[in-house]
Design a protein around this ligand. Structure first.
Ligand code: PMV
Length: 353
């Protein structure tokens, strides 16, 4: 055909939680068992770039498609389909209200997506991926929805994706409603509120996620007693303490809650039956390095956190760059116990937020 091609491109950054989302109370809608809070790494090159297009010249028999890092990707999963369905419904409503609008909602969608970091290695690729997918289609459809409204859709793709629609410090409020209408992200503070904050990403190369977050969560909810304690008591306290630490730019408090929450999440994973281990010896060496940095400085200058994989993210203050990055190069660079060679390439020494 010779139809016009409508197109929109966007990028979305990864976010790294300092109070972790772990556990679903509704698997279909991705409703969480607890609220969570993350930092969006907006200035980093850990991003997904997505282009969404549609055209009457795209054969409708093709259906919707996604090319991820150059490979055709399966989009038949319920989560991806939920995102497409919600975005189409919103476009269709606009078209119904304004008949002069082109009927994009009836056309096949083509998505092309590139990650510039390892997919499914516990580097929040699904967060950036679904955030970029939702925003690219929302832009293509010229939807008036706010980031908070779009976060409700991205959440259905991947829970953590709802937080990547905002920059800075972002809370995902778990909500109460059974339909998920109040389970959405909101910005707690802009990145500019705390300009000294930095994140160092330590990549353990070739480490693919052993247990997907979906099945890991399912097993944790089903079999861990420690998890019930985490959800009912630990996380609510961490959320309050974290929001206060951010408001007051109190790095020591921010760091303690970050490390405690990561430890609590991984302890819950170890408490499942059978246990799940995401960290490895290299991860534990990174924890000890942070402890050494803090002990040497006589104050808290660095905080570690780990998602569902062995890679470490280290938060620190700009003024302590030398102490933190220097120590990691010394500890890990000089003596590569278990670190693959390209770990040093994975170091992002002055990753500003
Ligand atoms: O969004 P998912 O389903 O990939 O789950 C992410 C879970 C963690 O990364 C471990 C924690 C979080 O809050 O991002």
């Amino acid at each position: 055909g010779s139809g016009k091609i409508y197109r929109a491109s966007t990028t979305a950054p990864v976010n790294i939680a300092v109070v972790k989302y772990w556990g679903k109370r509704d698997r279909k809608l991705n409703l969480p068992t607890n609220s969570s809070l993350s930092v969006t790494l907006s200035q980093s090159d850990l991003r997904t770039l997505t282009t969404a297009s549609c055209s009457t010249s795209y054969p409708s028999s093709d259906g919707d498609s996604l090319l991820l890092n150059g490979e055709p990707s399966d989009i038949s999963g319920a989560r991806t389909q939920a995102c497409f369905r919600e975005l189409r419904a919103r476009r269709a409503a606009l078209e119904a209200a304004n008949p002069s609008l082109p009927k994009l909602s009836a056309m096949s969608l083509r998505l092309v997506s590139e990650n510039n970091f390892p997919t499914a290695a516990g580097l929040a690729s699904s967060a950036a991926g679904f955030a970029a997918l939702v925003r690219a289609i929302a832009d293509l459809y010229e939807l008036p929805d706010s980031p908070a409204e779009l976060s409700l859709i991205a959440r259905q793709g991947s829970g953590s994706a709802c937080r990547s629609l905002f920059g800075g410090y972002v809370a995902w409020r778990m909500g109460e409603a059974d339909d998920g209408s109040d389970s959405r992200a909101e910005q707690v503070a802009e990145a500019a509120h705390w300009p000294e904050m930095r994140a160092l990403v330590l990549v353990v190369s070739a480490a693919k996620k052993g247990v997907s977050s979906t099945s890991g969560m399912q097993q944790t909810v089903a079999t861990s007693g420690l998890f019930r304690e985490r959800v009912s008591r630990v996380v609510p306290q961490h959320m309050d303490a974290m929001e206060k630490a951010i408001k007051e730019r109190d790095f020591a408090a921010f760091a303690e809650v970050t490390m405690r929450d990561s430890n609590s999440f991984h302890a819950s994973c170890a408490d499942t039956y059978p246990p799940i281990f995401y960290m490895n010896d290299v991860s534990r060496a990174a924890i000890r390095a942070v402890e050494t940095i803090n002990a040497t400085a006589g104050r808290t200058v660095a905080a570690y956190t780990f998602d569902a994989g062995p890679n470490a993210v280290i938060y620190y203050s700009e003024k302590d760059t030398e102490a933190v990055v220097g120590t990691f190069f010394h500890v890990l660079g000089a003596d590569l116990h278990g670190w693959k060679d390209d770990v040093v390439k994975g170091l992002k020494p002055t990753l500003s937020l």
